[in-house]
Design a protein around this ligand. Structure first.
Ligand SMILES: Cc1ncc(COP(=O)(O)O)c(C=O)c1O
Length: 405
């Protein structure tokens, strides 16, 4: 509140100028926020943007992706991670997910590589890191750029290293639902000065600036307005100070819930791999219908009925069967009417969006995965005990569910 008050009193709510000028990189709050972010995560460059969606678009643009190219993406993520290449006329190619991490992996990416593959967008889904060393070993020798979508994973570590520092670029979200937020917002990270410059240009009307900046060689860049305000940046600086504490609370809650839920038949809650750090934006549980004795949908519906309404946020239950429908099953991919990406004469590849093309994600989404958010910070020990009691009651009364069905 004090930070917001300070910015309000300064009267300077955004200092950006969309021209080559000292204010091209934003005002004092934006710069302070970017410095804090870079330092916190141990990454050379952090660029504030007005959403992770904008950040993904800027990152893909910075990699020089264009019509005729393919970009390998995950089918199990928020839609923007896969649509970012389409903004530049490229075709998203879906690799299947790993059944343990729910992320794409070197093993699933390798069969999707073609000479057209320009970039890979890896999503650290649910807050758990993808196997980055193996993915980088595949991408580097081929000159393929790797973008990490860290929207759900601020603070996650892969072998002790921050996500967002392992690929060529990282993208974080600061929307209202994330671990920390500025209402809307995002950050792009990179250790590469040239990519940082390209992201900064795309963020702020690149084509109007490159001439005056003396970078006429960057004539291919188109710019947008992806600028974060001074108010949001001031909030971001304060929020960042709270990130570690909020993450630790999530981890502690998950450890408690997982230790108790693992004792119930047919449930296998995900726990953090000790060599990495999962930050649990969402807590996944593997569900074995044969061992439980009831369908996953029936089980989840029964849990919703057991748990009191205080566990619902904005009317949305904090538990669900699966996550988002595998993206390639959306009408956008099924119909492929988008002109620049799918119908350009420059695109000579063949992309497969048929049902069954990524069998693991389909099995997880339609049969084996439960996702919940009962570990959100603010849950008390008594709330967590309620959750356990709800799961236990449902597990002990499976017969009643099947008879009632
Ligand atoms: C994995 C992932 N990527 C990208 C985004 C987009 O974030 P934003 O809402 O900041 O644009 C989200 C938001 O939910 C997300 O979960």
């Amino acid at each position: 509140m004090r930070a917001v008050q300070r910015v309000m009193e300064s009267g300077n709510l955004s200092q950006y100028l969309g021209a080559w000028h000292p204010d091209f990189m934003g005002g004092a709050e934006v710069r302070r926020f970017e410095e804090s972010w870079a330092e916190h995560f141990g990454i050379a460059h952090a660029l504030a943007v007005n959403s992770a969606t904008s950040g993904l678009y800027a990152a893909v643009g910075a990699c020089g992706v264009g019509t005729g190219d393919e970009v390998i993406v995950s089918p199990y993520t928020m839609s923007a991670s896969a649509i970012a290449p389409v903004v530049y006329g490229a075709v998203p190619v879906f690799a299947d997910i790993d059944p343990e991490s729910f992320c794409i992996s070197a093993a699933t990416i390798a069969p999707r590589l073609t000479p057209k593959t320009k970039a890979i967008i890896v999503v650290h889904i649910f807050g758990g890191p993808a196997d980055m060393d193996a993915i980088m070993a595949l991408a580097r020798p081929r000159g393929i750029r790797v973008i990490e979508d860290c929207a759900q994973a601020p603070g996650a570590l892969y072998a002790g290293r921050s996500v967002g520092s392992l690929g060529d670029l990282g993208v974080f979200s600061l929307n209202y639902h994330k671990h920390i937020h500025t209402g809307e917002g995002g950050v792009v990270t990179t250790n590469d000065a040239e990519l940082a410059e390209r992201v900064a240009l795309i963020r702020n009307h690149a084509e109007a600036v490159v001439g005056a900046k003396g970078r006429e060689d960057l004539a291919d860049l188109i710019g947008f307005n992806y600028r974060l305000t001074e108010l949001q940046a001031a909030i971001g600086t304060e929020q960042l100070k709270k990130l570690s504490g909020l993450v630790e609370e999530r981890i502690k809650n998950v450890e408690f819930l997982a230790s108790r839920l693992a004792g119930l038949p047919g449930l296998r809650p995900v726990v953090s791999d000790p060599s990495h750090k999962h930050v649990f934006y969402v807590h996944p549980i593997h569900f074995d219908a044969a061992a439980v004795g009831v369908s996953r949908e029936q089980f989840v519906e029964a849990i919703k009925k057991e748990l009191p309404s205080s566990h619902l946020r904005e009317g949305v239950p904090l538990i669900g069967a699966g996550y988002v429908k595998p993206l390639y099953l959306q009408p956008f991919y099924q119909k492929r009417t988008h002109v620049a990406a799918f119908n350009s004469p420059k695109y000579t590849g063949q992309v497969d969006y048929t049902v069954g093309s990524c069998p693991v994600v389909e099995r997880m989404h339609y049969e084996e995965l439960i996702t919940h958010e009962f570990m959100r910070p603010g849950m008390t020990q008594s709330d967590l005990e309620d959750v356990i009691r709800g799961f236990e009651k449902v597990s002990q009364n499976i017969k009643e569910i099947t008879e009632g069905a």
